[in-house]
Design a protein around this ligand. Structure first.
Ligand SMILES: C[S@@+](CC[C@H](N)C(=O)[O-])C[C@H]1O[C@@H](n2cnc3c(N)ncnc32)[C@H](O)[C@@H]1O
Length: 304
């Protein structure tokens, strides 16, 4: 499923519908509405008596979602902002409780493919990486401002980059020659630090993958937003309501797993998916993005 001009193929579509099970009349929060791929299916499921509340930090994505959802039969409320603020948005909309909270984390394909956004190490562009263009700090600001130790910690803790110290040292050496402001200059610094040729296909992933991911997570405070959403979810869900999160790397997945486990111990949630749900062979072959996707779903217990 890739809509003409939509620029993004949603992952684990069937699995999301099976495990989150949106029903006619339900109120669904899609916290990462993106290009509206999942949202359109939620809208179809909840029907004319249901509501879809969607948010995205990126106004370009939200515009696309608006087009995708233009002929949805259900009530549609779209707002541009960080999903960490979802509880406040529900208050503004006078919605007391919802049936489904869903988040499909990370960036959409169009953001990755637009070199001007600076998310990709494949093409040259400004070292930006802001999902919300109103944010003050870009990846270039972090790369040029943080100390060697801070950079190294950021690459290691956010993305598990084992060469974090060498990369941080090389960045600090390089920026004495002038600010590092483009993606390709950073790629060449990383390649030099790790003694690899970014064009060689020796390793399974591009040598800049983890450094770029760590910077993107920091620029957009992705873990802060995820923890805020996980903390707010029990207060947004009605008893029996479901929360589902799709993650794309282990740091995010661990946070979701631990949150659901803790709330299970506190008798707030029960697991809907015992293990993370991953894409089947057909989807993995068709959509490479799905290969690292993991879906976890929990249900809020009545009386919690
Ligand atoms: C993987 S895409 C979602 C795609 C969507 N499910 C679809 O089918 O089109 C993730 C989206 O979440 C947005 N996003 C990421 N973190 C966010 C946050 N903290 N608050 C709001 N939107 C966020 C990104 O801008 C991006 O458009």
């Amino acid at each position: 499923m890739r809509e003409a001009g939509s620029g993004h193929t949603p992952v684990l579509v069937r699995e999301v519908l099976v495990h989150l099970d949106p029903r006619p009349g339900d109120v669904v929060v899609d916290a990462t509405v993106g290009f509206g791929g999942h949202a359109r299916l939620f809208a179809e499921r909840v029907g004319r008596n249901g509501s879809l509340i969607g948010t995205d930090a990126d106004p370009t994505a939200l515009e696309q979602a608006r087009r995708t959802l233009a002929d949805a039969e259900c009530r549609v409320h779209l707002w541009c902002g960080n999903f960490a603020d979802a509880p406040r948005a529900l208050i503004d909309l006078r919605v007391e409780a919802v049936d489904v909270v869903f988040a499909d984390l990370g960036v959409n394909s169009a953001q990755l493919e637009d070199a001007g956004r600076g998310f990709s190490f494949q093409d040259d562009g400004p070292l930006d990486m802001r999902m919300d263009p109103a944010l003050k700090t870009t990846a270039a600001d972090l790369v040029n401002r943080l100390g060697e130790r801070e950079l190294s910690d950021l690459f290691y803790h956010n993305a598990g980059e084992m060469g974090s110290r060498r990369i941080a040292r090389e960045i600090c050496r390089e920026r004495r020659e002038g600010r590092i402001v483009t993606t390709q200059r950073l790629v060449s610094v990383i390649a030099r630090a790790l003694h690899v040729d970014p064009l060689s296909r020796r390793s399974k992933i591009h040598p800049a993958t983890r450094t770029f991911m760590a910077l993107r997570m920091a620029v957009n405070d992705e873990m802060g937003a995820l923890h805020a959403l996980l903390d707010a979810a029990p207060g947004m869900l009605r008893p029996g309501g479901r929360i589902g999160v799709i993650t794309f790397h282990s740091v995010e997945d661990r946070a979701v797993k631990q949150d659901f486990q803790r709330r299970k111990n506190e008798a707030i949630y029960e697991p809907v998916t015992k293990k993370p749900v991953i894409a089947g062979a057909e989807e993995r072959a068709r959509n490479p993005r799905s290969r690292s996707a993991k879906l976890r779903v929990a249900r809020r217990l009545p009386g919690a």
